[in-house]
Design a protein around this ligand. Structure first.
Ligand SMILES: *Cc1c(COP(=O)(O)O)cnc(C)c1O
Length: 392
C-alpha cells in the first residue's frame, strides 16, 4: 500500500488522537525497523520505552508464542502459574512484597491511588484521602491519572476531573507546604519523562522519603518510564537510596505487550481484600510470559551494567555534538537540548533521514531498546549529527 493510501485510511478509521510521523513500520530486529517501502530506521525510541529487548527478540518471541500455544487466557477466577512466576520475579528484583497486574501505566497508577486511599481510610478514616503529586509530572490519561498529572494543559478539556489531588514544587518546602491533615500519599516520578527528562534531586527525594515515613504518608513512585532497567538499575529508586511503599511499572515491563504492575511493600500487602480491585485481562498468561522473560534478562547485574555503559556512551557522544547544549537523564533515558531548532521539527527531520527519536518539552528524548548494540548506536548518532548540522 502506498503511504498516502495508508494515511487516508488511518485518518478515516482511527480517531484523531495522535499526530504521527509519516512512517508505517512493519518489521523490526533489535534497534532497527523497516517501513512498508523497505526503508530502514535506527530506533532510539523502543516504542516509547516499551521494547526493552528490542524488536522481536527470539527468546521473548519463543516465550510469548509458546505460552499462546499452551493457554492464552483463564480469567482471575483461577490460578495462573506463569502469572505467579512473573510476580515472584518482580518482587525478587525490587524487594517489594506483592504485585497487582493491570494492562497499562495509567492502570498501575490507578491501583496505587486506590491502595493509598484504602490504606489511609482503614487506618485514619475517609477524610484523609488526598494525594500530592509534583508540578510538571505525568501519570497517565484516564480521568483520575490526568487529575494526578501536575500540568494544567492536560486538564483543560476534560473537567471535572477526580477530586483529591494537590501539586507540589519538587523541593522540601514545596512538599511540606502542600501536605495537610487530609494528605495520605505522595506519587512521584524520579525522572519526569513526559515533562522533559528532569531527574529529581537525590537529597530532595531522601528528604521526601523521611517526611513520608514520619507522617505515615505512603511514598509511591511512578516507575512506568524509569523502571525495568531503563536507568541502569532495575528500578530507578534503587539508585536514590529509598524504599518506596508503592511502585508502579508498565512500559518496558512486557517487552512490547500491554501490561502494568502495581507493587506494594509489606505495609500495604494486605490493603486489598477480594472484591476491592480487579481487571479482566490483568495477569494474562501470554503477557506474563513476556514479563517473565523480560525480568529474567534485565534483572541481571551484567545486563544492567551494560545499560549504564551504553547510556554513558550515548551521553558522551551527544554532549560532544556542537549543536547540543546540554544532556539530562540517567542510563538510557536521556534528553538532549538542541542549541537551536524546535525538537519536534528536528525529530521529523530525523525520521526523514532514517532515525526514530522522541521529544519531550524542550528536549530530544532518547529511550533506545536496552539491547541496542554499538553499531546501531553509531549509525543512529551519525544520522542525528547530520540532521543537527543541516538544521543549525
Ligand atoms: C507513559 C507513562 C504513564 C502512562 O502509561 P500508559 O501505559 O500510557 O497508560 C504513566 N506514568 C508515566 C511516568 C509514564 O511515562
Amino acid at each position: 500500500m502506498q503511504m498516502t493510501a495508508i494515511q487516508d485510511e488511518d485518518s478515516k478509521y482511527l480517531m484523531h488522537a495522535y499526530g504521527r510521523f509519516p512512517a508505517a513500520l512493519v518489521k523490526g530486529k533489535n534497534a532497527t525497523a523497516w517501513d512498508v517501502n523497505g526503508k530502514k530506521y535506527i530506533d532510539f525510541t523502543a516504542g516509547i520505552g516499551v521494547n526493552c529487548l528490542g524488536y522481536s527478540d527470539p527468546q521473548w518471541v519463543a516465550a510469548v508464542t509458546g505460552q499462546a500455544a499452551q493457554i492464552q487466557h483463564i480469567s482471575n477466577l483461577y490460578y495462573s502459574p506463569i502469572t505467579i512466576r512473573a510476580a515472584k520475579q518482580l518482587c525478587a528484583a525490587s524487594g517489594m512484597a506483592r504485585v497487582f497486574f493491570g494492562n497499562s501505566g495509567a492502570e498501575a497508577n490507578e491501583c496505587a491511588i486506590k491502595t493509598a486511599r484504602k490504606y489511609s481510610a482503614d487506618k485514619y478514616g475517609p477524610e484523609r484521602s488526598e494525594i500530592i503529586t509534583l508540578k510538571n509530572s505525568f501519570h497517565g490519561r484516564t480521568v483520575t491519572t490526568l487529575a494526578a498529572t501536575g500540568q494544567d494543559m492536560f486538564h483543560e478539556k476534560f473537567t471535572p476531573l477526580t477530586e483529591g489531588f494537590a501539586y507540589a514544587e519538587p523541593n522540601l518546602d514545596g512538599v511540606r507546604s502542600a501536605a495537610t491533615s487530609k494528605t495520605c500519599a505522595f506519587l512521584v516520578e524520579l525522572i519526569q519523562g513526559e515533562g522533559g527528562v528532569h531527574p529529581m534531586d537525590k537529597a530532595f527525594v531522601q528528604e521526601l522519603a523521611a517526611f513520608c515515613a514520619e507522617k505515615d504518608l505512603l511514598l509511591m513512585v511512578d516507575e512506568v518510564q524509569t523502571g525495568v532497567g531503563r536507568t541502569g538499575s532495575f528500578f530507578c529508586y534503587q539508585q536514590y537510596g529509598i524504599q518506596p511503599d508503592v511502585v508502579s511499572a508498565a512500559k518496558g515491563l512486557g517487552g512490547g505487550l500491554p501490561v502494568g504492575a502495581c507493587l506494594v511493600n509489606e505495609k500495604c500487602a494486605d490493603v486489598f481484600a477480594p472484591g476491592d480491585h480487579g481487571s479482566t485481562f490483568g495477569g494474562n498468561p501470554v503477557v506474563c510470559a513476556g514479563v517473565s522473560e523480560v525480568i529474567r534478562r534485565v534483572a541481571q547485574p551484567e545486563f544492567l551494567s551494560e545499560v549504564q555503559q551504553k547510556g554513558n556512551y550515548l551521553r558522551e557522544k551527544l554532549e560532544a555534538m556542537p549543536e547540543i547544549q546540554s544532556v539530562r537523564g540517567l542510563g538510557m533515558m536521556l534528553g538532549a537540548k538542541p542549541v537551536c531548532g524546535a525538537p519536534g521539527k528536528l525529530a521529523s527531520a530525523c525520521v526523514q533521514a532514517g532515525l526514530l527519536v522522541l521529544t519531550a518539552k524542550d528536549v530530544l528524548r532518547f529511550l533506545p531498546p536496552l539491547t541496542i548494540n554499538r553499531a546501531e548506536m553509531d549509525e543512529g548518532l551519525a544520522v542525528l549529527g547530520k540532521v543537527l548540522a543541516a538544521e543549525a
